[in-house]
Design a protein around this ligand. Structure first.
Ligand SMILES: [Zn+2]
Length: 511
């Protein structure tokens, strides 16, 4: 089976931020989860190099546009590599094949008389690169997403895609396919967007205003509206219109932030219907990150979380862990460097990492550097084994975006149960007497084998640290398809070198 996950392609008019990190990291977690079940995966992420904002960002720096794009693109790629995001395809919309396919799609829709040319007077937000209705604006007449950018009055002739002929069909598709948009709050929001007649969608920009884009195949005085071009990446990445894309397209899931629900939930499906192509299987929508206390992140407040800074301070897995663990399904979630630090120390450090190093070090010292040989198991051993195996089960089955926090939470619960077990069984005391030494070996064995299972599940979330942990345990290769199987860590196995997985990070000294 094949499955295809996409992230949005990101505007390169600024450096990568926490929102980019989040979507790409959860996409990677979903990919690893499905791969662990033997599914053939494709993950695409990348950058949107067209549009007015990129054009202006280059001009602001006084750079040649292509040099600017190369620089930003390299920067994004490097950051995604540091995030441990295993993307298979890195999108650049400046690629010739992409541009040609976009033009082909436009021509095919134009040939069906679904694209019309007319004048348009209205309000335009440069931030959204979109025309706005009065009703879309704030009380003081600005875009709610870009209040400081100042909307502009425009009077332009452009090309428009007819949307209204497809509205009922799209609504019916949403009705018939409850999983098309998740979680349900966003499905409701999308249905609301489609409850009234749709205006034609402007799909062009005159070259007099924007030059950075795909030229319209039927009128070279215009370039393609950046959303039309960007959305098409999901198809052009897998080789459309050439044969072979169909298997991937049959199981495509788009991950998006709630701010881009309309382009993905309205424009894109209608573009596909107009082009006579099947709709994506699933739109998985997430909310946004806010600063601590629910305050919007902004440079002036100084509460912007820079993913690079977090990685330098605590490592990539502190970042991955927090992002995976703390996004709620349909409301905004809080993030700050301090919240990440606390979660890292208390969960990864105290609950997960310390347990491994304590038990592995003790076994290493007292059992000749080896995994102890277990004796007969007690009811307590069996109970713990059941708790842990049940807790990791979510990593042996198909995961969707809203499932991630709950399934990661289950691993914390499993680690807590193991810590409790060790405190109660107290192997350090058992070791002191000859007659309880076999029991000591059993307790250590049970814990080490269960930690192997825990870290096998964690390879889907924090792959770098999990790999190190499995090496410390001398664990065998993680099997595919993966499931929690007991006793795969044999007694007598040589332990690897024991290192601190999650060294404590102290709060920075107050300046
Ligand atoms: Zn805007």
């Amino acid at each position: 089976m094949k499955s295809y996950i996409t992230t949005p392609i990101y505007y390169v008019n600024g450096a990568p931020h926490i929102g980019h990190a989040y979507t790409s990291i959860v996409a990677d977690i979903l990919k690893r989860n499905r791969q662990a079940q033997g599914v053939e995966m494709l993950l695409s992420t990348g950058v949107d190099e067209h549009g007015q904002k990129n054009q202006e960002a280059a001009a602001d720096l006084g750079m040649e546009i292509s040099a600017y794009l190369d620089m930003r693109c390299a920067e994004f790629r490097e950051v995604f590599d540091k995030f441990d995001v295993q993307y298979d395809y890195f999108v650049r919309t400046s690629r010739d094949g992409h541009k040609q396919a976009v033009a082909d799609m436009e021509q095919s829709i134009f040939d069906k008389d679904l694209i019309v040319k007319h004048a348009y007077t209205g309000i335009y937000c440069k931030g959204c690169e979109e025309f706005k209705k009065e009703s879309d604006l704030t009380e003081d007449g600005q875009c709610p997403l870009h209040p400081t950018m100042k909307v502009e009055q425009t009077d332009e002739t452009n090309y428009f895609l007819k949307m209204e002929p497809f509205r009922e069909r799209l609504l019916k598709h949403i009705e018939d396919n409850p999983d098309f948009v998740t979680p349900p709050a966003f499905r409701t929001e999308l249905k609301q967007m489609l409850s009234e007649p749709l205006e034609d969608l402007c799909i062009s920009r005159p070259k007099s205003r924007v030059t950075l884009g795909v030229e319209l195949p039927f009128d070279t005085d215009f370039v393609t509206y950046v959303w039309f071009d960007a959305l098409a990446n999901y198809l052009t990445n897998i080789g459309w219109p050439e044969d072979g894309y169909q298997d991937w397209w049959a199981d495509v899931e788009h991950l998006i932030g709630k701010d881009i629900l309309k382009p993905h939930g309205v424009y894109w499906p209608i573009m596909l219907m107009a082009a006579g192509l099947p709709l994506p299987k699933r739109l998985s929508v997430h909310s946004h990150w806010t600063g601590a206390g629910g305050v919007k992140m902004s440079k002036s407040i100084g509460n912007v979380v820079d993913p690079n800074e977090v990685m330098e301070m605590m490592g990539v897995d502190a970042l991955r862990w927090y992002l995976a663990r703390h996004m709620r399904a349909d409301s905004d979630s809080q993030i700050s460097v301090e919240l990440i630090r606390q979660t890292y120390n208390s969960e990864l450090g105290n609950k997960i990492g310390n347990l491994l190093s304590r038990v592995a070090k003790f076994s290493n010292k007292n059992f000749d550097g080896k995994v102890p040989q277990p004796g007969p198991l007690t009811a307590e051993d069996e109970a713990l084994r059941k708790t842990v195996v049940d807790a990791v089960a979510g990593f042996a089955s198909w995961m969707y975006l809203p499932d991630i926090p709950g399934r990661v939470q289950a691993l914390v619960t499993a680690a807590e149960a193991m810590n409790e077990y060790i405190d109660q069984q107290a192997p350090w005391s058992l070791f002191k007497n000859e007659e309880t030494r076999e029991r000591c070996a059993t307790v250590l064995y049970v814990t080490l084998d269960l930690q192997r299972i825990l870290f096998e599940a964690l390879t889907q979330v924090i792959p770098g640290s999990a790999k190190k942990a499995l090496e410390m345990l001398g664990a065998p290769e993680v099997a595919t398809p993966w499931k929690a199987e007991l006793d795969k860590l044999a007694g007598g196995t040589q332990l690897g070198e024991i290192v601190a997985l999650f060294p404590r990070v102290n709060a920075p000294e107050a300046a």
